[in-house]
Write a protein that binds this ligand. Structure first.
Ligand SMILES: Cc1ncc(C[n+]2csc(CCOP(=O)(O)OP(=O)(O)O)c2C)c(N)n1
Length: 321
């Protein structure tokens, strides 16, 4: 009889798929959080997955002709229409299932895009696909600017960040607006599973992707992805910066299942000082103490809104009786 050690695979829960579906050899920058998140996502989804990818860093770096880092069926689509093509693929999968051609397989379509391709230019396609209730996952990899084309500001860029289209200078603080709250916008679309995530919490992220895969309908994940190039931080700080975003309350990790909010990474009562997150990043280096307070105010407004929702939200089924 084999020992427990020899039978390890039988006794231990399978934590992470050893197979790589997004392989080494791609040309993402050193320390790219987006590439790491994609790799984790692909492991969580497994081989029965079709990916649609809006143009952006992850398309440009993963598929320089004639090579590809993807071992999954992958469609490169135009900047605005990842979700629209995903919806089409889902309709095709439905038809194949009806004809019995993939009867024994649970194939899921996942549409991905950067924050520019999702918060801004691809927004209406996402809104349409989620509202129509397609059985698909949308994951936005949010590095807080249009990085592929040279760090232009997007609807996800936080206050005070210096970008090439909103550079900081004598007359300018850099970006003056706060991030669009995509998770809340998706909850308003009645998407049954919505979550925020970050590659610096890999098991939390993969659990959320697996949960999203099980939903028979639309699911949406907003994944913060550190970009050392655009954030002007060292490439070996990628994981640390993601953790600091969470620990300072700038990017809390939570999920919303059928309208009910839940924090998935427990937050300390006393958050880390926001300066710990801002100071290592060159894009925020110019901020004065007053401007840091404005940043903090905006971040805390969003954070406290999440805490309120966690306290008071009920699942939709509990609200209909
Ligand atoms: C309609 C259209 N406008 C502009 C572009 C040029 N373009 C390609 S990728 C990109 C930026 C992508 O930014 P984002 O979606 O945030 O992804 P990231 O590169 O940061 O991963 C832009 C502006 C394009 N391909 N198509």
């Amino acid at each position: 009889m084999k020992s427990i050690v020899e039978n390890f695979d039988l006794f231990a829960p399978k934590l992470v798929d050893k197979e790589e579906y997004y392989c080494s050899g791609h040309r993402a920058c050193q320390g790219c959080g987006e590439a790491l998140a994609i790799r984790l996502m692909a492991k969580a989804l497994g081989k029965d997955t079709v990916v649609t990818n809006a143009t952006g860093c992850m398309e440009v770096t993963a598929t320089p002709y004639p090579t590809t880092a993807w071992k999954l069926p992958w469609v490169h689509v135009a900047f605005p229409n990842s979700a629209a093509v995903g919806a089409g693929v889902e309709a095709a999968l439905k038809s194949l299932r009806r004809k019995g051609k993939i009867a024994d397989r649970d194939v899921k379509v996942v549409s991905i895009g950067g924050d520019g391709g999702s918060f801004d230019i691809g927004f209406q396609a996402i809104s349409g696909a989620m509202e129509r209730g397609h059985n698909m996952i949308y994951i936005v990899y949010d590095n807080e600017a249009y990085m592929n084309t040279g760090i232009q500001r997007s609807g996800a860029t936080p206050y005070g960040a210096s970008t090439t289209t909103r550079p900081a200078g004598k007359q300018s603080v850099g970006n003056t607006t706060w991030k669009k709250n995509m998770a809340e916008i998706m909850v308003a679309h009645k998407v049954p599973y919505v979550a925020t995530a970050c590659h610096s919490y890999p098991f939390d992220f993969m659990d959320k992707v697996k949960k999203a895969k099980k939903v028979n309908g639309p699911a949406f994940i907003h994944c913060l992805a550190v970009c050392p190039t655009g954030w002007r931080c060292p490439s070996d700080a990628c994981i640390k910066m993601g953790r600091l975003a969470v620990e300072t309350g700038v990017f809390p990790l939570y999920e919303v299942e059928n309208g009910k909010y839940k924090m998935t990474i427990e937050m300390p009562k006393k958050l880390r000082p926001i300066e710990d997150y801002l100071k290592p990043q060159g894009r925020f280096r110019h901020l004065t103490p007053d401007q840091i307070q404005i940043f903090k105010g905006m971040a805390m407004l969003e954070y406290n809104k999440v805490l309120e929702r966690i306290k008071h939200s009920k699942s939709w089924s509990d609200m209909t009786s």
